[in-house]
Design a protein. Structure first.
Lengths: 124, 487
């Protein structure tokens, strides 16, 4: 029974770790990393004590300790610098609509022969 | 220079405690110490900022923004101006003079629509700037002030020429300080004011995402401006936490169409955000107050008499509801600051006043038992509400029973605070027999035995001279006109 439990724990860990690696940028899984390190730690300690020669488990244990020890070390990281990435992606999408609207109103003016009255009024 | 006195001219020049974040300039307040209320706002600027302003002042888009009242009127102070010379002595290359804003307010005191209007104006200014080869280096609501109910942009050195391909550097700040609080209120009904008061630099997307659960993550603007930026920021934090040096991110390659497209899409998003006015205790005060029309006329006449008694600069209407008495005071002073803790009542007043072209009413949301404190750097970057400027008259009509029985503040402490404002006071005392006090006390164990008019008068006379009294509602209420005792 004890062995079954440890195998299940290990499988669960494998699947979770895979998810964390693959989606480390997603807020949901990012939060998962920090919500669950204590559980990882307990599981890993159990695994390690049962099979102390298992180097793979020790590596995992080090990984978990590493996660636990660095949770709030943000002092030198500026996540806000990522707004360049954000504005690039959102800007590219927005530029399509902007260009389309610009030419649409230009065309509309040419057809109607009017001034700039067709442009939507800016509400400030 | 934190404070400088020039004895000959009787002026005092003080560096603004909240103006230090941008190293290219600093704001100085010049006030007369001879009793003259006139205040000048000077801004010391370095050589680059001075040259930038000189170029900006020739731009037609900028002149138009100033003419429309969207940007504060500004001039370069003359070389022989003694106040400007004092500022230059502090090491600045030039001095700009701005039209003074008579009362400073902060985003955590603005209603939803006030923040929304400031956000739309910010987007309008950035759009106009980019179309004309300029940009704004930041995008914070602290760069706006309300003159009456109209938002005005005040941070002139924020304008700078745009380098082709440069991204909009203010996007994240705009998102954290304008957009996210508006989305929280509009999509989730979460009061944005305590959040803005706590997060003085805005709510980062990584925090904002925690408020959105389940289907609310699919609401308009959430994926683009909260979920996606939070993913990017978390990813950077996870990747760079233990890596030195941090990865350099390129800041070039964004066309005008990309930046303008983003600004316009934000503008459309914000125009679509709404916060409905609920029927709260005070939002329909103009229709639900407990007065017979005759008493109400007497009350209005009493307020009008003392508002018009002398030339008054500022009148505060504390506990203003939807502003019935603020409107009575409005013609008799330069500015009425109308305060109430009920967001929706103040929102209603703002929406009405912003339609009046020459309105001089500044509506603010303020819980009087917990007024805005001094906060930010050294506790003085943002001033406490009652330390900004003393009023000339304070109205506190049918407020004192709430202060005593809802906020549990003894009358004597309230009167002492009122006295600290150095102002005349029109106060309405609501007696225990009044149906509103009866309602307040119905389910309370504590019955506030100290709350009666005789004790109130004894305590008021410690701080004020009672100049006039007027009973209302057959003696259930009484109006007082109080003058502060000197010394």
């Amino acid at each position: 029974m004890g062995d079954d439990r440890s195998i299940r724990s290990e499988r669960k860990l494998k699947s979770r770790r895979l998810v964390n690696f693959r989606f480390s940028g997603s807020s949901r899984y990012y939060l998962d990393i920090f919500r669950t390190p204590s559980r990882y730690f307990v599981n890993m300690c159990q695994l390690s004590s049962r099979n102390s020669n298992d180097m793979q488990n020790l590596t995992r244990l080090s990984f978990v300790i590493f996660l636990m020890s660095t949770t709030e070390a943000y002092a030198y990281v500026d996540p806000g610098s990522g707004s360049v990435i954000v504005t690039t992606v959102l800007g590219l999408i927005a530029a399509i609509g902007y260009t389309f609207r610009k030419y649409f109103y230009k065309l509309k003016r040419m057809i109607s022969g009017g001034g700039s009255n067709d442009e939507p009024k800016k509400d400030t | 220079m934190s404070q400088k006195k020039i004895p000959d001219t009787m002026t005092e020049i003080v560096a603004n405690a909240g103006s230090f974040r941008d190293p290219v300039n600093r704001v100085y307040e010049v006030s007369s110490t001879d009793g003259n209320n006139r205040k000048r706002i000077l801004r010391g600027v370095n050589q680059d900022a001075l040259e930038s302003y000189q170029e900006l002042a020739t731009q037609s888009f900028y002149k138009r923004l100033v003419e429309q009242g969207h940007v504060i009127k500004t001039d370069i102070a003359p070389n022989d101006d003694p106040d400007a010379l004092s500022v230059i002595e502090e090491g600045w290359s030039g001095v700009l003079e701005h039209e003074a804003v008579s009362f400073v307010s902060y985003p955590y005191e603005w209603t939803f629509s006030m923040l929304r209007d400031a956000a739309l104006l910010q987007l309008h200014i950035i759009e106009q700037s980019i179309e004309n080869g300029w940009t704004l280096k930041d995008a914070t609501p602290y760069n706006f002030q309300f003159v009456g109910p109209r938002a005005v942009f005040i941070d002139i050195p924020s304008f700078e020429t745009r380098v082709e391909g440069e991204p909009w550097g203010g996007y994240r700040q705009f998102s954290s300080m304008f957009l996210i609080p508006l989305l929280l209120k509009s999509h989730l009904g979460i009061d944005q004011l305590p959040i803005l008061r706590s997060y003085i630099d805005g709510v980062p997307p990584t925090e904002a995402i925690k408020y959105f659960k389940g289907l609310s993550r699919l609401k308009k603007g959430v994926i683009s401006h909260i979920t996606f930026p939070a993913m990017v920021e978390n990813s950077i934090a996870a990747r760079e936490r233990d890596r030195a040096p941090a990865q350099k991110r390129t800041t070039k390659g964004q066309s005008n169409a990309m930046v303008l497209g983003l600004v316009q899409s934000l503008s459309r998003l914000i125009k679509g955000l709404k916060s409905d006015i609920r029927h709260t205790d005070w939002s329909r005060y103009d229709k639900t107050h407990s007065y017979e029309s005759e008493d109400f006329v007497v009350k209005k006449a009493f307020v009008q008499k003392y508002a018009a008694q002398s030339a008054r600069d500022h009148i505060w209407d504390i506990g203003c509801n939807t502003g019935t008495f603020s409107n009575i005071c409005s013609p008799h002073c330069n500015l009425v600051v109308s305060l109430d803790g009920d967001h929706d009542a103040v929102e209603k007043l703002y929406l009405k006043e912003k339609e009046e072209k020459s309105s001089n009413i500044l509506p603010l949301v303020m819980n009087l038992s917990n007024i805005s404190p001094g906060q930010g750097w050294a506790g003085s970057e943002r001033q406490a509400f009652d330390k900004r400027k003393d009023p000339d008259l304070v109205l506190c009509l049918a407020l004192i029973h709430h202060i005593r029985m809802s906020a549990n503040v003894p009358n004597i402490l309230f009167l002492k605070w009122l006295r600290s404002l150095n102002s005349d006071v029109v106060l309405e005392f609501v007696n225990r027999e009044d149906e509103m006090v009866v309602k307040l006390l119905t389910n309370k164990k504590e019955q506030y035995a100290d709350y009666d008019i005789e004790q109130f008068i004894r305590e008021a006379e410690l701080f004020f001279t009672i100049e006039n009294r007027e009973p209302l509602k057959d003696g259930k209420r009484e109006l007082f006109f109080l003058k502060p005792i000197e010394g």
